[in-house]
Design a protein around this ligand. Structure first.
Ligand code: ATP
Ligand code: MG
Length: 589
């Protein structure tokens, strides 16, 4: 057992990577299927995953990229408790506000705690006793730790799990300008992280949601399978559709008085427009909900748009859609809601764009009937106005006016300027230069480390499996000897492994006594960036075969090709030390 092991040479016989031929039946997205099939993760229960050794190697690679980029900004790593006292959450007000995603537990003394979904409370409480003076500021602390959120629908494998790995950072600054600087540093660092991970991404304006604060952006890994929808423009503008500014152009339906029209069999806006012989933009669409106090609201948007619930919550605080049952209880007529003659107490909100429409086409609160010519300010009133429509691809860019493009993405990271939200609430102050006590101005910055792993797979896969960008691959090169234990092929494979590892690469040898087909399939599935095939026939001519996993390109090169590799290393340094592994691999071809 007293073997000296080169940590940069892995052996398949010594790696627990149980690959599967079939997709697991309960995996609902490519990354989950492939990570399970490649023996990297296993599902334990809904939203709970175990990382097997190869999967953990990838997770560690991502963590290290994140750590290096955070350290490079001067942020300092620490580790906070995973179990948090309820008192802190009561102090910040989130014990009530966070909702059922916060998993609350009692200890044996009946004290209330929660599993950490995020750490603003605990770090604000910690730092209010540590950072006393403006001379201590600014400071930025981060940790890489498990988070727990009792997601209502955990799904998509590591993309939306209940337990997941996050890097979270919190900055304590004296002024808003200082937070701006830290925020800009974090933004740069996050760009570097995404680039090093080989991710195709876009930064978008986002909704602050539960965390609070006033300015925030999300980093979206572009993927058709992403849950987020975004719009962007060549001018640089980009936004999550949850916040994307929208300015519809509703049309005036020609009517000069209020008229109730029988509209039998009309259920949708498209049917209504066809029935009336007008465009959908000449009608108003209704959507019902309630605010934080339980007041019922009906929201109106131009017929060719949808109400955006996230934006609606900014106009109607705490906005939540009504269930069919709630609608019935409130006396609302689904399919025929309109602002004229609503039940008493029901309030009306509308999209800003409808202000310019004098007479509206709306439901008559009477099944099978609509009003045309309903006059704003006379036949009905609007209690609240705002931008509440979901922006469409093709709408005018709010910055330059050109048509917006659309894409789907996976939110891998988000950065926030929190301002004084937590420090005021929790009385976290420092002594300012003028001798007065002032609340910290804060920022917080999160990366979904385990979500990144799955997002990379969503971008880097084909019908054979995954292909990892070199910087996050479980190892860089897989050497596949076609025969094992013979005197010719295997020693060459071992020697190649030594040489490549001496050049700074992480190498794996598939030393299993398996058929070549099995080894090829597994190498493709697991996704090592470079495969080196060593076989009897090639060696007879002094050659080995190289395959780039991502492109499938294959070349037969003489064993001396490694001289080229050595030259590369002499010239540029170890490929590992820069971002040059891909270049290095190209050099070999
Ligand atoms: P989402 O909108 O996807 O629920 P969030 O905006 O609530 O995420 P943040 O509070 O911004 O999440 O957390 C920081 C990062 O943690 C996110 O950008 C994301 O990458 C990751 N993350 C959040 N929730 C999950 C989850 N359920 N599973 C995996 N990663 C997650
Ligand atoms: Mg977020």
């Amino acid at each position: 057992m007293n073997k000296t092991v080169n940590p940069n040479i892995l052996r398949m016989t010594n790696i627990y990577a149980p690959t599967l031929k079939e997709d697991p039946s309960d995996a609902d997205i490519t990354s989950a299927k492939l990570l399970v099939r490649a023996g990297m993760i296993r599902k334990e229960a809904g939203g709970l995953y175990s990382f097997l050794p190869l999967g953990l190697r990838v997770l560690h690679k991502i963590e290290n990229i994140v750590r290096e980029e955070m350290d490079a900004t001067g942020a300092q790593e620490l580790l906070l408790p995973f179990l948090q006292r309820a008192e802190l959450w009561k102090e910040s007000g989130r014990w009530n506000d966070y909702g059922p995603e916060l998993l609350r537990v009692l200890d044996r003394h009946q004290n209330e705690f929660c599993l950490s979904p995020t750490h603003e409370e605990i770090i604000t409480n910690l730092m209010k006793n540590e950072l006393r003076s403006y001379k201590d500021l600014p400071k930025n602390f981060y940790q890489i730790q498990i988070k727990f959120r009792d997601e209502i629908r955990p799904r998509f494998g590591l993309l939306r799990s209940r337990e997941f790995m996050m890097k979270d950072a919190y900055s304590f600054n004296a002024t808003a300008e200082s937070v701006d600087e830290t925020y800009a540093d974090m933004r740069d660092a996050y760009c570097k992280m995404c680039e090093r991970m080989g991710m195709e991404y876009r930064i978008v304006q986002a909704d602050p949601g539960q965390i609070g604060g006033n300015a925030t952006e999300e980093f979206m890994a572009l993927a058709e399978t992403g849950e987020a929808e975004l719009v962007y423009c060549d001018c640089g503008y980009a936004a999550d559709v949850e916040v994307g500014e929208c300015s519809p152009s509703p049309e005036q339906y020609p009517a000069d008085e209020l008229k109730k029209v029988a509209t039998p069999g009309v259920h949708t806006i498209a049917e209504l427009a066809e029935f009336l012989g007008c465009s959908e933009a000449a009608t108003a669409k209704a959507f019902s909900g309630k605010d934080a106090e339980g007041n019922v609201w009906v929201l109106f948007v131009p017929g060719n748009y949808e109400v955006n619930e996230c934006k609606a919550a900014r106009v109607v605080p705490g906005f939540e859609p009504l269930t069919d049952e709630d609608m019935e209880k409130s006396g609302l007529v689904k399919g025929s809601m309109g602002p004229v003659g609503l039940p008493a107490g029901v309030r009306v909100a509308a999209d800003e764009s409808l202000r310019s429409i004098e007479r509206w086409v709306v439901g008559a609160n009477d099944d099978g009937y609509h009003f045309v010519g309903a006059k704003l300010g006379e036949d009905f009133q609007v209690d609240a106005w705002g931008d509440i429509c979901t922006v469409h691809v093709g709408d005018a860019c709010p910055v330059c006016g050109k048509p917006l493009s659309g894409a789907r993405g996976i939110e891998v990271a988000q950065i926030f300027k929190l301002g004084e939200k937590y420090s005021r609430q929790m009385n976290a102050t420092y002594m300012a230069e003028d001798g007065t006590e002032k609340p910290f101005v804060m920022g917080c910055y999160g990366v979904g480390v385990s979500r990144c792993m799955a997002a990379i797979v969503e971008q880097c896969n084909d019908e054979h499996g995954m292909f990892w960008p070199a910087n996050v691959a479980p190892a860089h090169v897989c050497i596949i000897p076609l025969t094992v234990g013979d005197e010719e092929v295997y020693p060459v494979a071992e020697k190649l492994a030594e040489e490549l590892s001496a050049l700074g690469l992480e190498v794996v040898i598939d030393d299993r006594k398996e058929r070549a087909g099995v080894k090829f399939a597994d190498a493709d599935l697991i996704g090592w960036p470079l495969q080196v095939v060593v076989g009897k026939r090639g060696l007879a001519e002094g050659t080995i075969e190289l395959k780039r996993r991502k492109t499938g390109e294959k070349v037969s090169v003489s064993l001396d090709a490694l001289k080229g590799a050595r030259k590369f290393v002499q010239e540029y340094g170890r490929p590992e030390s820069g971002e040059r592994l891909t270049e290095f691999i190209k050099q070999l071809f």
